[in-house]
Design a protein around this ligand. Structure first.
Ligand code: ZN
Length: 436
């Protein structure tokens, strides 16, 4: 049976602009490992997607980890004696070290100095710092701003709470024709940083919207969870259903204009690995395919040996290699709606391959069947060069012995997956091949 899944993805710019607008709404929220910023992010996404939110209480054991206290931040500043704020959380949430414990003190610049984090080699940028596992507090500012601080006393305030609460993650479930599931995961724990990781949230959300109105062979599960602990908590609580996860992708850093990067699953030869490679090849976009390595993003958890899910990681500029990441320069100005649109389209193209890939059997394998009689071949003979359509028909007929998928055929032949799939559809319609 041929599965007519997926219409061509919209090529207009609307999709990219819609994604960019959503980023603009989510950008100011102060996300962290826990806390109101993550909940507010889910509330905005819930306006368009029926997310199910799960709360995991502080102190809960998830695999080898313990869920920490919840962090609530209301305000944070360093002010001169006259009340003028020289470092102010209200102007950017990057200014406070994420998970800072509360403090109210008057301190000299000298005493305060060890708490101030800057990037001396990039003096105009504010760094992003967290302290999830060690109780401390601190501020981040540009090195230039630090140098401009006068000696003397400052009022130092972090108005925060670290108390038992919850870590929250959100899921969107889209049912498919089978129980097989495709898992798409992105992390939600970075504050006002655009490419890393707001772009991943928005691209995943737009891909989910795009899939919601399509016919789906697979079920889909989108997971929006704070990095590391979120996937660990989800994996721990969903052990009974991991068998259903047939393919997976993590999405991150998807809004810059760098080339695509696909990092293979731990298995290295999962169907999603081949699907991503072929989809990127067919789209003709600049890209690199990397082998698996046990560092990077949340693929570390999904691809840990005890789970070993068939899940790869899709991004644009690689996270660690991008000097702008985890600084104030990762703002909305570096995001292009066109790049977001291209990332959404690329994800959907990979998923489209997974949706339609199948194994066929040639029902007339003794010699080439006569295609002209069945209206599958050009009527005028003599041309030397064969069209891609004709070559695809011959490839599908030749390779369809029940052991090779359409994706295998697209890889081996070098033909576009869409051409191979179209050929298989036509051959199925005329009864020359049958999907197994
Ligand atoms: Zn990051």
């Amino acid at each position: 049976m041929s599965v007519a899944v997926g219409e061509p993805v919209r090529r207009d710019r609307e999709l990219g602009h819609e994604a960019y607008k959503l980023m603009g709404r989510l950008f100011p929220l102060c996300r962290s490992l826990t806390g109101a910023g993550v909940r507010e992010t889910f509330a905005v996404l819930q306006e368009r997607l029926p997310l199910i939110v799960t709360e995991v209480p502080s102190g809960a054991q998830v695999l080898d980890w313990t869920i920490p206290d919840e962090w609530t931040i209301r305000d944070a500043y360093v002010a001169r004696a006259d009340g003028t704020r020289v470092i102010d959380f209200r102007t950017s949430n990057l200014h406070v070290v994420s998970y800072s414990e509360p403090v109210r003190a008057t301190m000299s610049l000298e005493e305060l100095r060890p708490r101030l984090h800057t990037l001396p080699d990039r003096p105009d940028l504010v760094p992003y710092r967290t302290s999830y596992h060690e109780r401390t507090w601190g501020f981040c500012l540009s090195h230039r701003a630090l140098l401009a601080l006068d000696p003397g006393d400052y009022e130092v305030v972090v108005d925060s709470t670290l108390a038992p609460g919850h870590l929250v993650y959100a899921e969107l479930e889209l049912e498919g024709e089978s129980d097989d599931e495709i898992l798409i995961s992105t992390y939600v724990c970075h504050p006002s940083l655009a490419n890393d990781n707001l772009s991943g949230i928005v691209v995943a959300a737009m891909v989910a919207s795009g899939l919601a109105c399509r016919r789906r062979r697979h079920g889909y599960r989108f997971l929006f969870a704070p990095g590391t602990l979120g996937p660990l908590a989800w994996l721990d609580r969903n052990r009974h259903r991991l068998e259903q996860v047939r393919h997976g992708l993590t999405i991150s850093c998807a809004g810059d204009d760098g080339p695509f990067t696909y990092k293979r699953s731990r298995r290295g030869d999962a169907e999603v690995d081949a699907a991503a490679e072929v989809a990127l090849r067919d789209l003709g976009v600049p890209h690199a395919v990397l082998e698996f390595e046990p560092w990077g993003g949340d693929e570390r958890q999904f691809c840990s040996p005890g789970f070993d899910l068939p899940l790869g990681a899709l991004s644009r500029s690689a996270h660690a290699a991008d000097p702008v990441n985890h600084t104030s320069a990762d703002d909305l100005a570096r995001i292009r709606p066109e790049s977001l649109e291209e990332s959404i389209r690329t994800c959907l193209a990979i998923l489209d391959v997974l949706e339609t890939n199948r194994t066929c059997v040639n029902l007339s394998p003794l010699g080439e069947p006569q295609l002209g009689r069945r209206g599958l071949y050009r009527s005028a003979g003599g041309a030397v060069a064969r069209s891609e359509d004709e070559r695809a028909l011959l490839w599908v007929l030749n390779q369809s012995d029940g052991s090779r998928t359409l994706l295998d055929i697209a890889r081996r032949s070098g033909l576009a997956y869409a051409a191979v799939r179209h050929a298989a559809d036509r051959l199925e319609d005329t009864g020359l091949v049958r999907a197994t």
